[in-house]
Write a protein that binds this ligand. Structure first.
Ligand code: NAD
Ligand code: DAU
Length: 340
């Protein structure tokens, strides 16, 4: 039976993707390939432990031999490529691993899939980001033909990976399709990103570090809406084409933080303005007309409801993030797989 190879499936979006796909497309088996970096957490997929349509292999997407063997050992007819270093602040303090994983890792995967799919069969979905377009002023939207203008080592490495995918399509006819999505929120997001960080800190009465003036704007989408879009793009997207994904939901960071404080009945004076992120993009906003008109996708989760349910999820799953903060989540692999 053929597998969909999901890279980075132990991270935030990938783990939600795998759960959604197993629930809504139970006939499709999933092979999750993940290095279990600090951001990968097997506990995110504990509900699938006895699911016969799900398998996990630990490994690095930049390890050419291992990735080639994966394509030999399993019949893989599609790839959804999430694996990446994903945090902008970490790319500022240590850019090298971003190039290694996001650029080299993507090229290694493309090459292995191209070799395995020598007749042009298969479909490869590159999961990318709106950050490749850089920053907007007060008006305008990112469209798929907006020039790439990345600001951080993270977004530059994602842009490089996108260009490799497009080059593989043009040069080799490789069957790749690309998505570029705005900021995701929802359950299982690592508590270094804005929304889970603020929920976790506010719930403990700790100060909330807001960068700069707090008026940078992000375009927020619930992770389930993103993943529904990815499944449609994987199935029906035109090869070689890019699809923007966004839910028309621009919010200033300060507004997000205030909404979280309100939901948690915590005082506004927890907010602490701190030094701005270097190269901090001012505003992101997506035009996802192409995805809506050509592939019929629509976002379903309304932001106020989605944020409220996300805050509640973190309150109800306190143990999940406490185990991350204490580092205990890393023991899970040893217990479950005995170091294999
Ligand atoms: P994440 O940091 O939560 O998860 C990344 C996963 O990749 C982890 O499980 C990690 O262990 C794995 N990984 C890292 N390096 C690896 C390697 N060398 N080999 C194998 N696995 C490796 O990231 P996320 O927020 O879930 O984002 C997933 C993807 O979606 C990324 O490609 C990111 O650029 C993209 N994206 C994210 C957002 C967002 O808002 N979070 C928005 C648009 C696009
Ligand atoms: O736009 C999509 C991108 O969204 C993804 O490609 C990235 O993988 C993902 O990490 C996210 O990038 P951002 O840099 O936008 O997300 P982050 O949660 O780090 O920050 C969101 C905004 O909040 C940003 O303007 C910086 C600000 N911020 C963030 C943190 C962690 C703060 O003000 N304080 C903080 O402590």
């Amino acid at each position: 039976m053929p597998f969909t190879l999901v890279t980075g499936g132990c991270g935030f979006i990938g783990s939600n993707f795998i759960r959604q796909m197993r629930l809504e497309e139970p006939g499709r088996s999933i092979l999750n390939f993940d290095l279990l970096t600090y951001a990968g957490n097997l506990e995110n997929l504990v509900s699938l432990e006895s699911d016969e349509g799900y398998q996990f292999v630990k490994g690095d997407i930049a390890d050419g031999e291992l990735v080639a063997k994966l394509f030999e050992d399993y019949e893989i007819d599609s790839v959804v490529h999430f694996a990446a270093e994903s945090h902008v602040d970490r790319s500022i303090s240590g850019p090298s691993v971003f190039v290694q994983t996001n650029v080299t890792g993507t090229q290694v995967l493309l090459e292995a899939a191209r070799t395995a799919w020598s007749q042009g069969e298969g479909r490869f979905l590159m999961v990318s980001t709106d950050e490749v377009y850089g920053s907007l002023g007060e008006t305008g939207l990112f469209r798929e033909d907006t020039p790439l203008d990345p600001s951080s080592p993270y977004s530059a490495s994602k842009a490089a990976a996108d260009l490799l995918c497009i080059a593989y399509h043009r040069t080799f006819g490789f069957p790749v399709v690309l998505s570029r999505c705005s900021n995701n929120y929802g359950p299982y997001q690592f508590p270094e990103k804005l929304i889970p960080l603020m929920i976790q800190r506010a719930s403990q009465g700790e100060k909330l570090p807001v960068y700069g003036d707090g008026l940078n704007v992000r375009d927020w989408i619930h992770v389930d809406d993103h993943n529904r879009a990815l499944r449609i793009i994987l199935e029906k997207g035109e090869l070689g084409r890019v699809y923007n994904v966004g839910a028309d939901n621009e919010q200033a960071n300060l507004h997000i933080v205030e909404s979280i404080l309100y939901r948690l009945s915590r005082p506004r004076d927890l907010i602490e303005y701190v030094t701005d992120r270097p190269g901090h993009d001012r505003r992101y906003a997506m035009d996802s007309t192409r995805l809506q008109q050509e592939l019929g996708w629509r976002p379903q989760v309304e932001f106020a409801e989605g944020l409220a349910s996300t805050v509640d999820w973190y309150l109800d799953n306190r143990e999940w993030w406490e185990r991350i903060l204490s580092g205990e989540y890393r023991d899970y692999y040893e217990r479950q797989y005995g170091g294999k």
